[in-house]
Design a protein around this ligand. Structure first.
Ligand code: SF4
Ligand code: SF4
Length: 266
């Protein structure tokens, strides 16, 4: 949705009692944002940036969600400069573009190792610029919390996975986290049960959710399981039929663990 003053009035004035929070999707500079296109197939950078300026003018804090694609890999420093330049960020979250078709990553996608390396590189500048004094940066925060045996609120680094996030689709269809296909991970509604009973039933009897359980069971003997917490199950689910990608996923977690293990506080 494109923000306007009328939307801000509605969200933050008329319905201020709902304590609505905003996040904007922007992948960094205009170059980095090239895959995000609007309805007219134009890079959405300029229109999202206008929303950023609007929010700044009204002093409204917001989160930034960015996807790292192949084209962004050489721009870690530019990315940090970009988020540093925005005044009222509440948090930043990096996600990887891991699109899988026929069990292979698409051309614009990155590998798990490339994502880990991008996290390590951006973390270096984030720390150097002391941006932690202004806003948290995921997945770095989750990584440092797990290195220090603290709970993370970020599902990738926590025991709370895909059925803890319910997606609501037009027509009332419910499914697990939208990282998973809504058709495959649909939640069957039963009006006689409470929502937590429905979720327990799905987790125990739905074949697709059983496949996610198998992925977490696979981690039982892993030396970094308390750090990695089984990672993002949708990523591992779509990698599961590609041995190299699955191995690269685990190797990328070991890479992150080794890069940040010295951040353990005494
Ligand atoms: S699919 Fe990934 S992002 Fe979504 S809830 Fe599961 S672990 Fe989290
Ligand atoms: S590194 Fe791989 S095996 Fe180990 S906990 Fe993470 S996903 Fe599981």
């Amino acid at each position: 949705m494109l923000l306007s003053e009328r939307w801000l009035e509605l969200l933050f004035n008329k319905y201020s009692d709902l304590a609505i929070e905003l996040s904007l999707s922007i992948d960094g500079s205009e170059t980095m944002n090239y895959l995000r296109q609007d309805f007219n197939k134009k890079n959405s950078f300029k229109s999202v940036y206008k929303s950023i300026m609007l929010l700044e003018r009204y002093k409204i804090k917001f989160g930034v969600l960015s996807v790292v694609s192949k084209n962004s890999l050489n721009y870690a420093r530019d990315y940090i400069d970009f988020i540093k330049s925005i005044k009222n960020i509440r948090f930043v979250k990096l996600n990887a573009l891991f699109n899988v078709i026929n069990n292979k990553l698409t051309r614009e996608s990155i590998t798990p190792r490339e994502f880990a390396e991008f996290i390590i590189e951006t973390a270096k500048y984030y720390i150097f610029e002391k941006l932690y004094e202004r806003f948290p940066f995921e997945p770095l925060l989750g990584i440092l919390q797990r290195i220090n045996n603290k709970e993370s609120l970020f599902c990738n680094y926590s025991g709370y996975k895909c059925l803890n996030f319910i997606s609501v689709y037009p027509g009332g269809m419910l499914a697990a986290c939208d990282g998973l296909s809504a058709n495959d991970f649909r939640i069957n509604i039963n009006n006689n049960l409470k929502i937590n009973e429905i979720l327990v039933k799905e987790a125990e009897h739905n074949k697709k959710f059983e496949e996610l359980n198998k992925l977490t069971a696979f981690c039982e003997n892993c030396d970094i399981k308390d750090f990695c917490m089984a990672g993002c199950l949708s990523q591992r689910f779509y990698f599961r039929n590609n041995k190299d990608l699955s191995e690269d996923f685990c190797n990328s977690k070991h890479l992150l663990f080794n890069a940040f293990k010295n951040f353990k506080l005494n």
